[in-house]
Design a protein around this ligand. Structure first.
Ligand SMILES: [Ca+2]
Ligand SMILES: [Ca+2]
Ligand SMILES: [Ca+2]
Ligand SMILES: [Ca+2]
Length: 458
């Protein structure tokens, strides 16, 4: 017996290690079970806008702890519909009851500095106006639209994509937007009293080609992101097939890819310099992963490799985040099924949505979420407030109006232990991302020290 006891003691840690190894292996191999909800099957309210769903904006507009969903339209009123998470499901609110021909894109930021996120959308190729809407929090009424303000109402038409970020290092984010018919990127400081001005001061940040009209790329430039590409601690702008340096008050484009489209940056592997992913957006071409070999401010340093074994056809969905919470950044990319105006038949019946799981060293395990669905501006966000990233999609014209959610292992409890409480939120300060835990039903006790997972790897 004296002999057995020490052996038993020695064996227990070994058994424990073996058990942990098995559990770890199982967790590493476990696939996410995606629970699909759709307005088609009445799991979600029908967004009930028109049959051209242009923009999708996902942001916590209600400070409720779950990502809110806004869809923009351009055939008839209403122009903006908000699908809001409730205790039991989702409700439909109208933000803009009028008929405005809104373009794809949309951005959220606390423009009037009153503690809630306001939103920006612009007119399509038929109009030259860019608007912002004042968030009425906490007074939300499904039938009371938000107050609309003007940012720009002159110059060229079409405003496909907007973003906020402190690209100039002023301490307060600026608005950057594409103005496609001007072939230009504009930047604007937020006015000191935005509710009482009817125009914002605009400057041309860049004018010229940005990866459109080459090979099978889109007709016009699109795509924006905000990320510290060169690792100097300052947020950088990415647009089309470029990222931009900012020195002595001037932005300079650094060409990254051959064709532009949807563009996102992130740290898919260790190091100061980020990697950049480009999908073809409103055109066709590769889903390509770019790494800088040498100085990231030189175009010649950037080299790409294709992530799929075929080109994407109208790859208008691209997002990056840690989908499975393993600490490594992943890629979500998907294709449109329909870009012509009638609801059916599909232009691309084999439209596919992929999740590429990163291994932290720049390699990916490619998986298919679904094929045969129409994707347009699909995004990763925690829509049910349970702390993991779900997939949000609204098609452009395919089956529209329509909204789909893919819940990451259904709706569980928060990984922090506080039921349904944690999600990442966009920082109001620098255009990058902050991470806070918030009570699901609002309240003040925000705990920014509680991290559940990183949307971006810094
Ligand atoms: Ca606000
Ligand atoms: Ca930087
Ligand atoms: Ca991951
Ligand atoms: Ca979730």
């Amino acid at each position: 017996m004296p002999v057995v006891r020490p052996r038993a003691r020695a064996t227990r840690p070994l058994l424990l290690v073996a058990a942990l190894f098995l559990v770890g292996s199982w967790m590493a191999a476990a696939e996410i079970t995606w629970v699909h909800l759709s307005s088609q099957t009445r799991d979600l309210p029908n967004p009930a806008g028109s049959n051209q769903q242009t923009g999708l904006l996902v942001a916590d507009l209600s400070n409720g702890g779950a990502a809110d969903i806004v869809i923009s339209y351009r055939v008839h009123a209403p122009a903006l519909v908000w699908i809001r998470r409730t205790e039991k499901g989702w409700d439909r609110y109208v933000i803009e009851k009028d008929f405005i021909r809104l373009e794809a894109g949309g951005a959220a930021h606390d423009i009037d500095s009153d503690g809630d996120l306001d939103i920006v959308f612009g007119e399509d190729s038929s109009g030259n106006t860019l608007y912002w809407w004042e968030n009425p929090a906490p007074s939300f009424d499904p039938n009371v639209p938000w107050t609309r303000h003007i940012i720009k109402a002159e110059g060229a038409n079409q405003h496909h994509d907007q973003i906020f970020g402190d690209f100039k290092g002023t301490g307060r984010p600026q608005l950057v937007f594409w103005n496609q018919r001007a072939k230009s990127l504009f930047i604007a400081d937020i006015p000191a009293d935005p509710k009482n001005v009817d125009r914002w001061p605009l400057e041309v940040l860049y004018a010229g080609q940005a990866g459109e009209q080459v090979e099978d790329a889109a007709e016009y430039a699109e795509g924006l992101d905000a990320f510290d590409v060169d690792g100097d601690g300052r947020t950088d702008l990415l647009a089309g097939n470029y990222w931009f340096t900012y020195t002595d008050g001037a932005f300079e484009p650094v060409k990254v890819g051959t064709i532009g489209g949807r563009i996102r940056a992130g740290r898919f592997k260790k190091g100061d310099v980020a990697q950049i992913v480009i999908a073809p957006g409103d055109g066709s071409g590769p889903l390509r992963f770019y790494e800088a070999h040498g100085d990231p401010t030189r175009a010649s340093s950037w080299r790409g490799r294709d992530l799929l074994d075929r080109d994407m056809v109208h790859g208008h969905t691209l997002d990056v985040a840690d989908v499975d919470g393993d600490g490594n950044l992943d890629i979500f990319a998907a294709e449109m099924a329909k870009w012509t105006k009638t609801p059916d038949p599909a232009d691309h019946p084999g439209a596919t949505a992929w999740i590429l799981y990163g291994d932290g060293s720049g390699r990916f395990r490619t998986t298919e979420l679904v094929s045969g669905h129409g994707w347009h501006e699909g995004q990763l966000a925690d829509v049910d407030g349970d702390g993991d990233l779900d997939v949000v999609n609204k098609p452009y014209t395919w089956n529209a109006p329509r909204l789909d959610l893919w819940l990451n292992n259904g709706t569980g409890t928060s990984r922090t232990g506080a039921a349904k409480s944690s999600r990442p939120v966009r920082s109001h300060l620098d255009g990058d991302f902050g991470f806070c835990a918030k009570p699901f039903h609002g309240g003040e006790d925000v705990e920014c020290a509680v991290l559940t997972y990183a949307r971006r790897m810094h």
